[in-house]
Design a protein around this ligand. Structure first.
Ligand code: PAF
Length: 277
């Protein structure tokens, strides 16, 4: 499995490729969620490029950029064992040669990016859109695969592809969960054993909220769920029902609307979402 360590080698590799290509962008510390995205990509394209890059542009001051888990050797081994075609592992100097502050950036529309995670993490989705667009220009894939767990990211990137007329098909891989319901995330490995026991309560609350009768008002049950999480030890950033397309607030239970939540246990920020069937 070739490992491409800079943009020149990626461009050279790409020029020699024939057949359809799917890109799975990741920040590494791969888990079952990423491997499911790899399988989806392998089912839809002849070749799969996985990128591993912890993008400094999408972390704010005081966020977990420095402590974000980096496990390149085991990531590469897992990808090779699963038949990944090629891996792209660029460096900061290569992707942002003028430094992050000098980088031209892609600013997604405020309506999608200043809400939910964007309200707590100013500039986060600008950093995400910028790195995803750079990766698309470099790899020129036919298909881009993102995970449903980062649902707001998926919607923002979808709109970017549309707005900037990029000829790329976006696929969304369903959230993978541990047996107790906790959504798989690279950040889960930073939970203490006590926090790990508490963490699935976020998914439990979302699952219960999804079972409310169609037509019922959401304000009171959402507040009760937030209070239960807070009493259990979470710091809840948001827990809200939104339209799955526009991400606008929804005030009563409707099939197709989506519960989205972010909550912190210590310094580990968990996000999750579930659609009302
Ligand atoms: O979802 C992620 O891991 C990242 O936000 C992404 C899409 C790889 C961009 O850095």
């Amino acid at each position: 499995m070739p490992i491409l360590r800079n943009t020149d080698s990626l461009r050279n590799w790409r020029q020699q490729q024939r057949g359809s290509l799917a890109l799975v962008p990741t920040m590494g510390h791969l888990h079952a969620g990423h491997l499911a995205l790899l399988r989806l990509a392998q089912a839809r394209a002849e070749q799969v490029l996985v990128s591993i890059y912890v993008n400094p542009l999408q972390f704010g001051p005081g966020e977990d950029f420095a402590s974000y888990p980096r496990t390149l050797e085991s990531d590469l081994q897992q990808l090779a064992e699963r038949g990944c075609t090629t891996v792209f592992v660029p460096s900061d100097e290569d992707l942002y040669p003028r430094g992050a502050a000098e980088q031209t950036q892609v600013v997604p529309p405020e309506r999608l990016s200043n809400i939910l995670c964007g309200a707590q993490r100013p500039g986060h989705f600008t950093g995400v859109a910028t790195i995803v667009l750079k990766l698309l220009h470099l790899a020129q894939p036919d298909i881009l695969v993102l995970g449903e767990k980062d649902y707001q990211q998926y919607r923002i990137v979808g709109q970017m592809l549309d707005d900037l007329n990029l000829p790329v098909q976006l696929l969304c891989g369903p959230t993978q969960r541990d047996g107790d319901g906790l959504a798989r995330s690279s950040r889960n490995s930073r939970l203490t054993s006590e926090q790990r026991i508490l963490a699935p309560r976020l998914a439990t609350e979302l699952r219960q909220l999804c079972q409310l009768p169609v037509g019922s008002l959401v304000q009171a049950p959402a507040r009760d769920a937030r209070e239960r999480l807070q009493a259990a030890g979470f710091a809840v950033d948001y827990l809200e029902l939104r339209n799955s397309e526009s991400l606008e607030p929804v005030s009563e239970i409707r099939p197709g609307a989506r519960w989205l939540a972010a909550a912190r246990l210590g310094d580990v920020r968990l996000i999750d979402n579930m659609v009302i069937p």
